[in-house]
Design a protein around this ligand. Structure first.
Ligand code: NAP
Length: 502
């Protein structure tokens, strides 16, 4: 008894940080998030933007622990109150995150982001669940929607969105990392099944909010059953949403799931009354949606088409012009060198294959050789080249390619007929003329880089592999195109050596 009184006295005398200071820290954290995100928009400032946002997160986390209510708990019995687990969790999470982020390859980033989203959704779900499970006078609490409409609706929605994000992201991770087949799974009656799942989730929400509709007696038990039903059905919904989406569309889905994880976090902020969580969640939610829309526009797809059409299911026969019978013509590195040596303007068009080959450093070397030889060099960047937005920009920045040499699709296309040589490095779909000429092509309408309009086109790829959309590319058989088969890094290195032989 004495110990309890002493502990309570210690808690009351704990040096509480005033609420104004905590709120001020939250505002500083939010400003740093926004400032950091702004700087992520340009390659030169992206690193510092990342660091600034991380600092904002550190301030927010420290402020949570200095909050008067939180301090009261952990100064009395911090082990029993779970704060030992909090600090242990932070240490383990920071270690795992740091090692993983260090080890991940650029081509593996979408998978990593998928997992981050999934765990973000799970964290929000657990926060809301723990709020639900809090006891009142030793008994399960009744959650009265009339008394707390915002937090009760937010609690259910956090659980719903968090669960969808969790299983959806895990499935997306499995598809992207090829742990399971990346092909879309479509079956008869799929839309009906999806509609039923949504109906059950909504019905469970109504029962959760108004338990009296089901039983006048034990509201706490009715709410518990409704919430668990909501969790189960939302976990299922995450799977059914991602199942029909194909490998090529996964990066867009991941961006959408990223947005959902932000939304779940913002809702969790309402549940536990934490402003910084609301702001940070909204930032993630909004930026995820913007990114999704940018990617959809660049692929000329609507979000509805992406979610429900099973695009990745397209096979090579889905385009009328696919497989016209003409064979691509190959050229040797030595002959390609002779053309490049005479070229006055050369444009590099990098794609996913450059990322796979990790050819960016040798590409920079070749660009320098061409410039020394008097050619004007530029890099044409398609917004969805590679497997994530900005993929090519990141790789080329890593190789110190000057930012001024990077041209957007809209900048380079009008200049394409004036280019002596276009070197396509592991790009396929983003230079496929079928996107503008073949109405039956699954990529019809997607804006492309018009490599075919350059005087000579060299396509560097390993063999007859198709692009992400799985269709043939008529660029490879055009009269002004020559293929240089082999790994892009090896091919470019050989071209660099040819320049060295002068
Ligand atoms: P792509 O269409 O996927 O084609 C990549 C090509 O690289 C393949 O044809 C492959 O042919 C070649 N390749 C692979 N490894 C190589 C290596 N080591 N050396 C040389 N070549 C290699 O790539 P993309 O043109 O960049 O187009 C991106 C696609 O992803 C688009 O369809 C886009 O819509 C989709 N997508 C992108 C994003 C994004 O945010 N960036 C998001 C969603 C979807 P071989 O096997 O014959 O070598």
């Amino acid at each position: 008894m004495n110990t309890l009184i002493l502990a309570q006295a210690a808690a009351e005398s704990a040096p509480a940080v005033p609420a104004t200071v905590i709120n001020l820290a939250y505002i500083v954290a939010c400003v740093l998030f926004i400032f950091g995100i702004k700087r992520l928009g340009k390659t030169e400032t992206a690193r510092s933007g990342n660091a600034i946002s991380s600092l904002g997160m550190l301030i927010a986390v420290v402020a949570v622990f200095l909050d008067a209510d939180v301090m009261k708990s952990w100064t009395t019995d911090w082990i029993q109150n779970g704060y030992l687990w909090c600090f242990g969790g932070i240490a383990v999470g920071a270690l795992v995150g740091a090692v993983w982020a260090k080890k991940v390859k650029m081509t593996g980033m979408p998978e990593l982001v998928a997992l981050f989203n999934g765990f973000g959704g799970l964290a929000s779900l657990l926060v809301a669940w723990s709020e639900f499970a809090k006891l009142e006078n030793g008994a399960p609490a009744v959650h009265d929607v009339a008394a707390n409409p915002v937090s009760e609706v937010s609690l259910y929605l956090t659980i719903l969105i968090g669960a969808i994000t969790f299983t959806g992201s895990l499935l997306a991770w499995g598809k992207l990392s090829e742990k399971i087949s990346g092909r879309p799974v479509l079956f008869a009656g799929q839309q009906v099944v999806n509609a039923l799942i949504v109906l059950v989730a909504l019905a469970a929400m109504v029962v959760y909010l108004f338990p009296g509709l089901v039983s006048a007696g034990d509201a706490a038990t009715v709410q518990t059953v409704a919430l668990y039903a909501g969790i189960a059905v939302s976990l299922l919904m995450g799977i059914t949403i991602v199942l029909p989406i194909g490998g090529g569309d996964m990066p867009v889905v991941i961006s959408l799931l990223n947005s959902l994880s932000g939304l779940a976090a913002a809702m969790a902020g309402f549940v536990i009354n934490n402003n910084v969580l609301v702001v940070a969640g909204c930032l993630v939610g909004a930026s995820g949606v913007i990114l999704t829309v940018i990617m959809c526009k660049a692929m000329n797809r609507s979000i509805g088409n992406l979610l429900f059409s099973g695009f990745g299911a397209a096979d090579s026969g889905s385009s009328k012009k696919a497989g016209t019978g003409a064979e691509p013509k190959a050229v040797s590195v030595e002959d390609a060198y002779l053309v490049l040596e005479a070229a006055r303007s050369v444009v590099f068009i990098p794609g996913y294959g450059m990322a796979v080959a990790q050819a960016q450093h040798v590409v920079k070397e070749l660009a320098a050789k061409l410039e020394d030889n008097g050619a004007e060099v530029s890099f044409a960047i398609h917004p969805v080249a590679g497997r994530m937005p900005g993929h090519m920009n990141v790789l080329l920045a890593e190789a110190d390619v000057p930012y001024e040499q990077l041209k957007t699709m809209d900048e380079i296309n009008p200049m394409m007929p004036m280019q002596d040589v276009a070197i396509v490095i592991g790009a396929n779909d983003v230079v496929n003329p079928a996107a503008s000429s073949d109405k039956s092509s699954p990529i019809y309408g997607m804006p492309i880089i018009k490599a075919n309009e350059a005087r000579t086109v060299f396509v560097l790829k390993r063999g007859k592999g198709k692009g992400f959309s799985g269709i043939e590319n008529e660029l490879f058989t055009l009269p002004n195109t020559r293929m240089i088969y082999g790994d892009a890094k090896a091919t470019i290195s050989s071209l660099v050596s040819e320049f060295g032989k002068e």
